[in-house]
Ligand binder design. Structure first.
Ligand code: ATP
Length: 333
């Protein structure tokens, strides 16, 4: 059953253009010039209950804007969204009780209070029974290794410690849907791994639905079976994470060792591009649909000692997609 249904979601921002200098500031008082900026353009997708989906794209792709619409922080210009049966921007209490968002670049904890006190306020707001609150808080803070810091003023915590507290604050009321916007940004490798393990366990244990944006592909590869890739506000890929290489990569790599030197021109003449050449070993980039022919011709015509064919890594494919290389106009899914 899908718990997030998005149909034709679009968000336009009106951006004010001010001319430089004092005269520009004075003119802007009387006549403001605006430009329309389309941040999200007709996005449609569904996320099923319990899914852990990655939502990625290059800087400025529209990820945060989408999450802000799905959590009711922003109202879209057009389109519809349904999250657990509610329209997010109507901000009903039913919706707010069942969702949560963690934003890596924005604190939801009260800066001058210890996390314990912010959590206490959340307890009242979400009407969490005391027994559940005490049990969950002890368990979550121990799991994330921050139980000894609950009474320390938030402003005195390190970035990693604070992020862990933000996550605890977001899940204490056991939301059915959790939106995570860069939850591991700026964390050291150990804290990233710890946070990932926690989120994986949380998703399994409570069957909550999680939509995660992250620029760290390690987060996505380890946590998300499903992947949505957007750019310029539009969906480029929506499918299984481990299928993205098959679906979007236009090339494969052939690594070949020769018995004696082969001139690069012969490889180029066969339709390959040499990526690296070391003594008698070459790595060759080959268009996907030419791999079998090219490997066969090399084996027949050249002094080949050993030959392997490999797919590019997910990192390579995503880098190509971000640079517009791995996908052609009209091929976006
Ligand atoms: N309040 C705003 N007013 C005007 N334009 C905005 C506003 N917020 C975002 N934008 C623009 O909308 C586009 C999408 O921004 P958004 O923050 O959703 O991207 P993102 O995918 O989250 O990027 P990043 O990975 O850099 O965080 C960008 O071009 C951005 O400049």
């Amino acid at each position: 059953m899908s718990v997030i249904n998005v149909e034709g979601l679009t968000k336009e921002y009106l951006v004010h253009h001010k001319k430089p200098g004092l005269s520009g500031s004075v003119k802007a008082l009387f006549h403001r010039e605006y430009e329309r900026k389309v941040a999200v353009k007709g996005l449609s997708f569904k996320i099923n209950e319990g899914e852990f989906a990655g939502f990625i794209g290059p800087n400025g792709a529209g990820k945060s804007t989408t999450l802000k619409m799905l959590t009711g922080i922003l109202t879209p210009s057009s389109g519809t969204a349904d999250v657990i049966g509610c329209t997010p921007w109507k901000r009903s209490m039913v919706h707010r009780r069942q969702i949560s968002i963690v934003m890596g670049n924005r604190s939801q904890l009260i800066w001058d209070l210890p996390p314990l006190e912010t959590f206490g306020l959340n307890k009242e707001m979400y009407q969490i029974p005391k027994v559940d609150f005490d049990k969950d808080l002890t368990e979550l803070s121990e799991l994330l290794g921050v139980d000894h810091l609950l009474k320390v003023q938030t402003r005195k915590l390190s970035l990693g410690e604070r992020m862990k507290m933000e996550i605890i604050g977001a899940v204490l009321h056991r939301p059915r849907v959790l939106f995570l916007d860069e939850p591991t940004i700026g964390l050291d490798l150990f804290a990233q791994r710890h946070t990932r393990e926690f989120l994986k366990d949380y998703n399994k244990r409570y069957g909550s639905t999680i939509l995660l944006t992250s620029h760290y592909l390690e987060d996505i590869k380890e946590l998300c079976d499903r992947l949505l890739v957007i750019d310029k506000g539009q969906m480029l890929y929506d499918g299984q994470t481990n299928q993205i290489v098959n679906k979007l990569s236009l090339h494969k790599f052939i690594t070949v060792s020769f018995k004696q030197r082969v001139s690069p021109e012969r490889i180029v003449a066969l339709g390959g591009t040499i990526v690296t050449e070391q003594l008698l070993k070459m790595v060759i980039r080959v268009p996907r649909n030419n791999v079998t022919r090219l490997a066969g011709e090399m084996l027949n015509m050249l002094p080949v000692e050993d030959l392997t064919i490999e797919d590019p890594s997910i990192e390579d494919v995503i880098e190509n997609v971000y640079s517009g290389e791995g996908i052609k106009e009209g091929e976006a899914i």
